[in-house]
Design a protein around this ligand. Structure first.
Ligand code: HEM
Length: 416
């Protein structure tokens, strides 16, 4: 009997996953799904046309069989295959491509500075910085202001809660949130000329005529992009911040972008990709039969790619952002945010020190830190011009956690 929790919460998960890669590359879990652990097989399945994200249940949901939430998840980019998927990706590609994202650096820097201005003498960097940052940045790309983000944030929280705790009450609240979101966005899309030119809202409005999408497809994909990858970006940023503080305390140099890349390659924030095989698929280690649900372990693939003793070939490039037609739309944006957050933290004119290593999320979907407690040293750290932390004279307030840690099973990538 094996479950994902047995594997990922094992005291030595790396050893267990290494044993799987060696002896049982296609492991049948006790819920019937197949866990794929070797990097070569994960890469092959991600690239295969017969290994899809459009599950039979998604098609049923789009026929209105399970409520607004199920319907909206089934319409999101990650749940679609061509031609709808191709139309959506084409409309969004250049907004999230490396050059356009690089053009948002100054905005991301400004947001990091604003968030860090609220840092208290004892605080949690997930609450202050890594948590809120991706929602602000996603919202900016979608084309709304911070004030408008405050309006939609309660709906986003309900949708994320339903991904983590799918009990009837939470699902009911999330169904209401989907309906509220759709009404709100429909009003915005009715006046496209008032939307920012380089925004998701404007791009997806263009798909309302002459594409394979209907109005709900457009509304639900705008909605999904408000919180797509937000929890994953938080996990990546928190990991990078923790490592940066540890390195600085050890007197080592910190290159923010290189450090972010280390986390991406060693601790992929998303643990696996989920697929359905529509035909038999041949991979380097064997055949996966048609009609199977497969979990492509990005955690194991990452370990396998780093394992210098592994025999056999390993695919080039990280798999942490996926591969093939569903490769992460927001990978450049996520890297940018984590790198800028590290640089801005280290540039503060006072010293921030990690109190401990932070608490890891206990999730079979996401990997990373759920909290990163810090204290602010009253000693300035950048020479004579440095100033002490502005609130260090005040009594330290215990910081409320950004999010209550972690769910049993279920990530909330808004794109799912
Ligand atoms: C560290 C942060 C992130 C990680 C580790 C991550 C990882 C991934 C992975 C592994 C996939 C592929 C899933 C699959 O094939 O089943 C994916 C897809 C996706 N990601 Fe991210 N992601 C991150 C941040 C973001 C951000 C900031 C956005 C914002 C736009 C985003 C938007 C998406 C979308 C829309 C998809 C679906 C793409 C498609 O189906 O064509 N992600 N992400």
């Amino acid at each position: 009997m094996t479950s994902l929790a047995d594997l990922y919460f094992h005291p030595e998960p790396e050893r267990v996953l290494a044993a799987l890669r060696a002896d049982e590359p296609f492991l049948r879990l006790d819920d019937g799904r197949i866990l794929v652990s070797r990097p070569v097989d994960v890469a092959a399945l991600l690239a295969d046309r017969a290994c899809v994200t459009e599950f039979p249940s998604h098609r049923a949901a789009r026929r209105g069989r399970r409520g607004a939430l199920a319907d909206s998840v089934a319409r999101a980019l990650l749940s679609r295959e061509p031609p709808v998927h191709t139309d959506l990706r084409r409309a969004l590609a250049d907004l999230y491509a490396a050059p356009a994202v690089a053009g948002r650096r100054e905005y991301v820097r400004q947001v990091c500075r604003e968030l860090l201005a609220d840092l208290q003498p004892t605080d949690d960097l997930v609450r202050v910085l890594a948590g809120p940052l991706p929602y602000r940045v996603n919202c900016h790309l979608v084309g709304l202001t911070d004030r408008e983000l405050d309006e939609v944030l309660p709906w986003i929280r309900r949708l994320e809660a339903a991904a983590h705790h799918p009990d009837p009450e939470t699902i009911r609240a999330a169904n209401d949130a989907v309906r509220g979101f759709r009404r709100y966005l429909a009003e915005l899309l009715a006046a496209p000329e008032s939307l920012p030119a380089d925004s998701v809202l404007r791009r997806l409005t263009g798909l309302l005529t002459g594409s394979s999408l209907d109005e709900l497809d457009v509304l639900d994909n705008v909605k999904a992009l408000f919180f797509a990858g937000a929890e994953e970006t938080t996990a990546l940023t928190a990991g990078a911040l923790a490592r940066a503080l540890a390195r600085r305390e050890a007197g080592q140099p910190v290159d923010p972008d290189a450090l972010v890349e280390e986390i991406v390659r060693r601790q992929p924030p998303i643990r696996h990709a989920l697929r359905w095989t529509t035909e038999d698929v041949t991979c380097p280690s064997g055949i996966v039969a048609a009609g199977q649900v497969v979990l492509l372990s990005l955690t194991s693939a990452a370990h396998g790619q780093l394992d210098s003793t592994a025999s056999g070939p390993s695919p080039r490039g990280t798999l942490s952002f996926g591969r093939g037609r569903h490769k992460c739309l927001g990978e450049h944006l996520a890297r940018l945010q984590a790198g800028v957050a590290v640089a801005e933290l280290l540039a503060l004119p006072y010293r921030v020190v990690a109190v401990d290593a932070g608490a890891p999320l206990r999730s079979t979907e996401l990997q990373g830190l759920g909290t990163l407690p810090v204290r602010v040293d009253t000693e300035p750290c950048h020479g004579e011009s440095a100033v002490p932390h502005p609130t260090s004279a005040r009594t330290a307030q215990p910081a409320a956690p950004y999010r209550v840690a972690e769910p049993p099973e279920g990530g909330a990538n808004g794109s799912r």
